[in-house]
Design a protein around this ligand. Structure first.
Ligand code: GDP
Length: 197
């Protein structure tokens, strides 16, 4: 898919102010600092579209970006930041989980996993919750340029093994780097395929 246009549409702290669910949408989520903003900017070819390295856990916004006037890329707030207060976390939970469970135009969720890390409990729990709620999701390993391909594959294999303790089938996986564009075309092709259906 060629990205012809990518525009910021709105930021919301409430699910009742979201754009009308008239276009297919794809959500991106992960722990703070996982590389989500960088990936969104790489996918859309727009450097400043999603703000990178914001103070983690501070703003809890759902950002909608309109791509090629045909679909929404949705930037969800990062989770799992240690310094976020308990109240903040509870708010995040309520808001995001409500969105994920009820958004009728949501096609799937891309869960970002830092490819440099061993499987993290918070990521595994979040994936399990998505599975339990029947929300389709995919795994995106980020920052693959930061280490050897062998190390990335080893960490991905460990994550897969942990996830398969709760799932019969592994969701589709993408290995990416926003630094060198690895995995970008595959993710866009995947979205294109669903949009055509
Ligand atoms: P977010 O908090 O998940 O939105 O993470 P950011 O996109 O702000 O990235 C956090 C940090 O990781 C920043 O310093 C980025 O420059 C860096 N980063 C993100 N993705 C990559 C990547 O693919 N490769 C490398 N080398 N650094 C990355």
């Amino acid at each position: 898919m060629n990205i012809k246009s990518a525009e910021f549409v709105c930021s919301n702290t409430r699910t009742d102010k979201l754009p009308a669910p008239t276009l297919p949408e794809y959500a991106f989520i992960g722990r703070s600092n996982v590389g989500k903003s960088s990936l969104i900017n790489s996918l859309t070819n727009k450097k400043g579209l999603a703000k990178t390295s914001q103070t983690p856990g501070k703003t809890q916004l759902i950002n909608h970006f309109l791509i090629n006037n045909t679909w929404y890329l949705v930037d969800l707030p990062g989770y799992g930041y240690a310094k976020t207060s308990r109240t903040n976390r509870a708010e995040w939970e309520k808001f995001i989980r409500y969105y994920l469970r009820n958004r009728e135009s949501l096609q799937c969720v891309f869960v970002l996993i830092d490819s440099r890390l061993e499987p993290q409990k918070v990521d595994l729990e979040f994936c399990s919750w998505l599975g339990e709620n029947g929300i389709p999701f995919l795994i995106v390993y980020t920052k693959a340029d930061k280490q050897s391909g062998v190390k990335t594959d080893q960490n991905a294999a460990k994550f897969r093994k942990s996830l398969l303790q709760s799932f019969e089938e592994m969701p589709q996986e993408f290995i990416t780097s926003s630094e060198n564009g690895l995995g970008r075309d595959e993710i866009l092709a995947f979205i294109d395929e669903i949009n055509k259906q």
